[in-house]
Ligand binder design. Structure first.
Ligand SMILES: [Zn+2]
Length: 408
């Protein structure tokens, strides 16, 4: 295939946007809209969880992205992201399939039992202690310059944070040496620590940057967990002012070390998009996966009510199992029986947060059902113009609220 139509890394000066075409048929519509925006699209962006739920492989998703870029004669480049990967084996599979971005998910590497920071500190070599001590002292100066009103980080907290995060740093180093370093081509390597139960302390981000710098490990981006909740398919939940403070601090740290910030589960976070646009003056990465699956469901709600009802019933049956895989606030009792709605009301359900989450997490069960899978693809093909129109409305809303400069 022409090298123009293979996945590539993101130019350093461009904002990158993870689109993650779960159904393999949204990329062309997205690219058509993006012709007017100065954004680097990451068309493929799948996690292994998503691939197993949709029964696709990395080869399938990268191929779909390439084909759609050919269809549009898209020569500005696009990315393919092996998203939220946790093992060297999965990373190799994604790289072999042509992914040029790898998101390493570190969430399983945190210690399961608590160890006292001071004990951990005592177990480190003097060489390591010297490195960490220097990073701690630099941080005290840096954080005070960033915000003179904030309390200086206490030594005990320094040791506790280190004890909790050092296993993650060692994991990143090992994975980098086994998978990224041997690659002849450049790889956009992202470190994800966003799927944790707690907000990422800025000092942990600082240590991460410092350790990787000391080991000469070059990274593309870091995805911390910001304050507030980033649930799938719905707007931000939390205090936008607190988000601004957290974003600003993490951005200052990212800027210091020269990587970009990555914001995950960025779909539909309209209330904080203006804050992102104001605070991030350097390029960043934002992942918006999954939202166009809801666009596909909305299309079916409009065009094929009987299929929509079948989907609704199956989503109800699979809801409890699906909820185990995703952190969402919607409960089974928040979902009414479909008979309570008229067919004309179906499309509007996809504007409601509870129903967005209900359908968002059900994609695996729905796509594994052959009749529903085939029925959905038939509808998307038969109503391609309307499907593309809905996709563009959705993506345009994201791009415009983020104030992303129009190319023309
Ligand atoms: Zn994530």
């Amino acid at each position: 295939m022409d090298s123009n139509y293979r996945a590539s890394t993101c130019p350093s000066e461009m904002i990158s946007f993870g689109l993650g075409d779960r159904l393999g048929n949204a990329g062309a519509a997205h690219l058509k809209l993006l012709q007017a925006y100065n954004v680097f699209p990451v068309l493929a962006q799948q996690s292994t969880r998503e691939l197993s739920l949709t029964k696709r492989t990395y080869a399938d998703v990268v191929k779909a992205a390439c084909e759609q870029s050919v269809e549009l004669a898209w020569e500005r480049g696009f990315g393919a992201d092996g998203d939220h990967l946790k093992t060297a084996k999965d990373i190799r599979t994604a790289l072999e399939a042509g992914c040029r971005m790898i998101t390493l998910d570190c969430s399983d590497e945190f210690p399961k039992t608590e160890q006292k920071g001071i004990d951990y500190w005592g177990s480190l070599s003097s060489e390591k202690q010297a490195l960490y001590q220097a990073l701690y002292e630099e941080y005290l100066v840096f954080s005070n310059e960033h915000d003179p009103s904030c309390e200086p980080l206490e030594e005990a907290e320094f040791h506790d944070t280190l004890a909790y995060f050092e296993p993650v740093f060692l994991f990143i180093k090992r994975i980098y040496e086994e998978t990224i370093l041997p690659e002849p081509a450049k790889i956009d390597f992202e470190i994800s620590i966003d799927e944790t139960a707690f907000e990422t302390p800025p000092f942990a981000h600082w240590l991460l940057g410092g350790v990787l710098r000391a080991d000469q490990i070059e990274i593309f981006s870091v995805a911390p967990r910001f304050t507030g909740a980033f649930e799938k398919g719905i707007d931000y939940i939390g205090d936008p002012d607190a988000f601004r403070v957290s974003l600003r601090f993490h951005e200052a740290i990212a800027d210091h070390y020269g990587h970009r910030l990555s914001i995950h589960s960025g779909s539909d976070k309209y209330s904080i998009f203006p804050i992102i646009a104001e605070e991030l003056k350097r390029p960043y990465h934002l992942k918006t996966a999954g939202t166009h699956w809801l666009v596909a469901v909305e299309l079916i709600a409009e065009t094929k009510p009987e299929l929509f009802r079948d989907m609704y019933h199956l989503a109800e049956q699979s809801f409890t199992d699906a909820k185990k895989l995703y952190s969402i606030y919607t409960e089974a009792e928040d979902i009414a029986d479909v008979s309570e709605f008229s067919e004309e009301e179906y499309p509007a359900l996809l504007q409601h947060p509870n129903y967005r989450q209900f359908f968002h997490i059900s994609y695996g069960a729905l796509l594994r059902n052959h009749a529903i899978h085939d029925g959905m693809y038939r509808e998307m093909d038969a109503n391609k113009d309307r499907y593309h129109e809905l996709l563009n409305i959705n993506l345009k809303k994201h791009l415009d609220k983020l104030n992303l400069e129009q190319r023309i």
